[in-house]
Each structure stands twice: as C-alpha cells, then as structure tokens.
Write a protein that binds this ligand. Structure first.
Ligand SMILES: Cc1ncc(COP(=O)(O)O)c(C=O)c1O
Length: 444
C-alpha cells in the first residue's frame, strides 16, 4: 500500500488507452454511445461494463471516486455536486420517514439546516447529542428506530474533535453505521475509517479541491459495515428494479454505494460536472502539502491570537486551552486543521471593526481555500439560528472564523494586528464587553 503522498497523485487514475494522455481526461459528455441495440441493452442491464449517462456515472468522476476511496482507506465512493449533496445522498441512502438519526451538537450550520429543515420535513427525526464526548449520552438517546449516528471529525467552526472510536463502538453495539464528515480534517490528517467510522463524507469544495474554484462532495463506504446483516430493508429486501433480488444479492458489499448511486444520486440528480471532478482530482494531488502547511500556520496564528488581550478565547484544538486538545493529540497528531475561531471581548461591535479593517484576509463564507478567509458567523451563516442554539454551539457575537490559507503566517499575523488595532482605536475592547460573547466563549 503506497503512502499518502504517493497515493494522492496516483490512486484511482485510469490510463488513457486512446491517446496515452498522462492526466485523467475530462470526459465532458452527457451520454455514451452504444454500438448496437444489444450493446445498449447490456449496458443498462449491467451485463456490459461501461457508462450510459453522466448522471449515473462518468469516467472522470469515477477516477475521483477511486482516488478519494483509496485515500480514506475505503471500499468505494460516490462523488456528487456539493458537500450538502454528499450529506443528503449519504443519509437518504440509509434512512426514510419514521427513522431517527443522532448527531453531535456542534456541526456545520448547513448540515444543521439540512437536518432540521430538509430531512425533518421528510419525516426523518434528527436529534443532537448535547455533549458528544459523553458516550453514555449517545447510548441513552438511542431509540429503537435510530438508524445512524453522525458527527464531524473536526466540527466547523468550534473545532470540537469527535471521539470516533468511542462513538463507533456505540454504533457497532447497536448494529447501525457511524457517518463522519471529514471535511475539515481531510484523510491526510485523519482517516475516520481507521477508528471505526463506516461512512465518510466530504465537502470536496474545501481542502480536496483546495483552490476555492469549484463545489463538490464525496461519500465513501469504508466497507466495515455489514449491509447484509443490517436493518435496512431497502438493501436487504426484494427490489422491483432488480427483478426481486435485493441490493445485497446484486452488489454484495457494494450494496450501499450501488443504491446511493442508482437510486438516490441518480434520481434526485445532484450531479458533479466531470470538469469539476477533474479540478478536485487535481487539487487532491497537492493535498498533503497544502494541509500540512495550512495546519502549521493555523497553529502559529492561534497561539498568537491567544496571547492578545482583546481576544477572550480561541477555538483551535491544537491549543491546550481547548477542551478537545486531548482528543486532538490522539486523533490529529500531524496537525489540527486550518479552521479556527476566536472571540473578541468587545462583542459584535469589535467584530465589525476587525472585519472591516483586514486587508489580506478575504471576507467570505468558505473554508479550505489557498487564500485565508474570515467570516462573522453570528451575522451571516448562523444568523437564522435561535439565540439559545447559537450559544449552545459557541457562536457568540464576538466570534470570528478564520480559514488559514497558504500565505506566510507572518503576513497573516500582520493583517490580524491591523484588525486588533482597529478594535483598540474604536475603544470597543473588553470594557464594552458583550455578555453573550463572553458567556458563549466561556462555555466552550
Ligand atoms: C463540515 C462541512 N460539511 C459540509 C459542508 C457543505 O459543503 P458544500 O458547501 O460543498 O455544499 C461544509 C461547508 O462549509 C462544511 O464545512
């Protein structure tokens, strides 16, 4: 098994038999031509290997799928149009109306929205575990209809690190899969499957693509969960499309991905363009270099921020002050990622001053770019959340989120100093403290 950096440039590639192109070609085609009536019938029936229509499979996208599956140590993968699409496909290939899913409390705001607005409307009940480090709480809140557990390996933006092995043990005891969103860690820093996660999800728009140019998402089946012995009747029971056979009969250990591809992704239709699959695959070729450097710079920036008097707390799992520091030492020894939050004592007024003063950081909602980005979650991505939920998930009025890019750390610190100088100039420091900001920060 080649090591990570070797795999990121070679895994999954398909040699181009027609012209010998060294880089996986972009097969930008809606469909694939059949040689004859029988050939078409065979392709649709699965007896003839090959593609039919790019909504259900494409050679450029397939190369990306093989590469991400290899890097995660998984069995197979399906790539779709965004991280949100990946989460949707991962869950809808498992659960249906009447089912229950347990999630860690601290998850990306879009994921929370998908759970609370999207999936609940379909009759899928999603509950949040208040303290994801408390395995007894996960056990206590399981119901007979709980069909999956979910969490983010590093939560966006709070940096809580998931105890994957502990939660995977709870899932295993109850015969259900654990799904982990590994977007912020990437397989370079952490492979959730090595600790028992059964399904790994990525927003490939972030570090995998890495350059802020395209959206994408990937769902990886680690191959650890026994679909044949599962409570998922849509995979184990007879299926009309399979002439009465089940997905397990027809696809064996690949049953979940086959269902996710041919029923959920193909019919709901959140397709990834082959052009975007190419860009993401090219991004992956430098993943380890980027993530190591970005993670090292994030640690330097986090340490610097923590020493500033205007900053009341820094959410970065690489700092001993963060509650997840011990988990980070276990799960993220190479680095703790490049997204961090910090809370200004001056609350919303200070955050606004700071935000408007920076010159190098891009004011944007996005993470994982080669450029460093800054966001004020309470007034943007999390503005729609009720105040108590914002507080519980650590989104205070003075919180700013940084996604550290590839610039020199000294230049980033100089820009952050500019932000702090603007706060000091306006005299919105700890004396004008916004109580919510401090309470939320203290609760982290
Ligand atoms: C952890 C996490 N998961 C999923 C998503 C959604 O990804 P996308 O924006 O590609 O739909 C994001 C986006 O920020 C994220 O941070």
């Amino acid at each position: 098994m080649p090591q990570f950096s070797t795999a990121q440039v070679h895994a999954g590639e398909a040699r181009d038999a027609a012209h010998g192109a060294r880089v996986t070609p972009i097969y930008l085609t809606a469909g694939f031509e059949f040689d004859s009536f029988a050939h078409a019938e065979g392709r649709f029936g699965g007896e003839e290997p090959g593609y039919t229509y790019s909504r259900s499979g494409n050679p450029t996208t397939a190369a990306l799928e093989r590469r991400v599956a290899a890097l995660e140590g998984g069995r197979d993968a399906i790539a779709v149009g965004s991280g949100q699409a990946a989460l949707t496909v991962a869950l809808l290939a498992l659960v249906q109306s009447g089912d229950h899913v347990l999630s860690a409390q601290s998850v990306y705001s879009g994921t929370r929205g998908l759970f609370e607005n999207g999936l609940r409307r379909l009759g899928i009940d999603i509950e949040f575990v208040d303290d994801p480090t408390d395995l007894a709480e996960w056990r206590r809140r399981l119901r007979p209809n709980t069909r999956a557990l979910f969490g983010e390996s590093i939560a966006n933006p709070g940096n809580d690190v998931l105890d994957i092995a502990g939660i995977a043990a709870v899932a295993r005891e109850n015969g259900i899969p654990l799904i982990v969103d590994n977007t912020l860690a990437t397989p370079y820093l952490l492979r959730p499957g090595d600790f028992g996660a059964d399904i790994v999800v990525h927003s490939a728009s972030k570090y995998l693509g890495g350059h802020g140019s395209t959206l994408g998402g990937v769902v990886v089946d680690q191959g650890s969960y026994d679909w044949a012995a599962s409570p998922f009747a849509h995979l184990t029971g007879p299926d009309e499309w399979l002439e009465g056979a089940s997905y397990v009969d027809a696809h064996g250990a690949g049953a979940y991905t086959a269902f996710a591809r041919s029923v959920v992704a193909s019919l709901f239709g959140p397709v990834l363009s082959p052009l975007n699959a190419f860009l993401i695959q090219q991004g992956i070729e430098t993943l380890s270099l980027r993530v190591q450097r970005q993670s090292d710079s994030a640690l330097a920036v986090a340490r610097w921020l923590e020493a500033q008097p205007e900053v009341v707390s820094v959410d970065y799992a690489g700092l001993p002050s963060h509650p997840s520091f011990p988990l980070a030492q276990r799960y993220l020894p190479r680095g703790q990622g490049a997204v961090l939050g910090f809370t200004l004592g001056g609350g919303a007024a200070a955050a606004e001053r700071f935000y408007d003063a920076v010159q190098l950081l891009s004011r944007m909602t996005h993470i994982g770019d080669v450029r460093s980005l800054i966001l004020h979650p309470a007034s943007t991505t999390h503005a729609h959340l009720p105040g108590d939920v914002r507080e519980r998930t650590g989104i205070g009025a003075g919180l700013l989120r940084l996604s550290v890019g590839l610039e020199d750390a000294d230049d980033l610190i100089e820009d952050l100093s500019r932000g702090l100088a603007a706060v000091a100039e306006a005299d919105v420091t700890i004396s004008d403290v916004d109580a919510t900001a401090v309470v939320a920060a203290a609760g982290r």
